[in-house]
Design a binder for this molecule. Structure first.
Ligand code: E4P
Length: 224
């Protein structure tokens, strides 16, 4: 499974990259706003700064909602760096724009996917990734994991080539459930990366190893 980080915070992206497990980045307008990034020039510069940290696959979200404007904005975003993946919403003009960019060999990520039908449509349009939002479905008492399973079955049935990018991941179990289903990508906040590290038996086991090591070495030093 590829690990993307879901943030526009440069320090968090660097931290995940330094961990040596990062395959890409997803951002969205809310995450950019959280970092106080406003104005097209600053937005472009911020995407470039993200591209300079990671090896590839930086999702930059198109704000426009009409086909013509989406194409113009997408062309500008794609010109920032070859690492850019255009992120487009699951709306009619978004699907048309995905087809346009797909025909041009520009990678796309169709966002705000909440049903298997939406995922199938985006895949048919040539999306590189579809982003089903697990946490937001769970928030309204619908199963995000069940949606991933449905999309995986459909994509496998037809060998569609579009990758499932599990988004709106809130905790490690979300990520692991998606991994068990064979979803190709997850995008998570840094917190989830760090939570994956944790197990109380690891902590107590390491403490015991280090205590035993220190004890025997202190005895040897005393005898010398
Ligand atoms: C996906 O690319 C989105 O940026 C993101 O995962 C949304 O997550 P949220 O529901 O935690 O805002």
């Amino acid at each position: 499974m590829k690990f993307f980080i879901d943030t526009a915070n440069l320090e968090e992206i660097q931290a995940a990259y330094d961990l040596g497990v990062l395959d890409g980045v997803t951002t969205n307008p809310s995450l950019m706003a959280k970092e106080g990034i406003a104005g097209e020039e600053n937005v472009m510069a911020h995407y470039k700064a993200i591209c300079d940290i990671v090896d590839d696959k930086v999702s930059a979200e198109i704000i426009s909602t009409t086909y013509e404007k989406m194409i113009e904005e997408g062309e500008r975003l794609a010109a920032i760096d070859p690492k850019i993946v255009l992120k487009l919403p699951m709306i009619k003009d978004g699907v048309k724009a995905i087809r346009y960019f797909s025909n041009k060999g520009i990678r796309t990520n169709c966002t705000l996917i909440f049903s298997a039908g939406q995922a199938l449509l985006a895949a048919k349009a040539g999306a590189t990734y579809v982003s089903p939002f697990l946490g937001r479905l769970d928030d309204i008492s619908m199963s995000g994991v069940d949606l991933i399973a449905d999309i995986k079955t459909i994509f496998d049935n037809y060998d569609l080539g579009t990758e499932i990018l599990c988004a709106s991941i809130r905790h490690p179990m979300h990520l692991l459930d998606c991994a068990k289903l064979g979803a190709e990508v997850s995008t998570s906040p840094l917190k989830v990366f760090l939570q994956l590290l944790n197990h109380p038996l690891t902590d107590s086991g390491l403490e015991k190893f280090l205590t035993d090591h220190a004890k025997v070495n202190a005895e040897v030093a005393q005898e010398a």
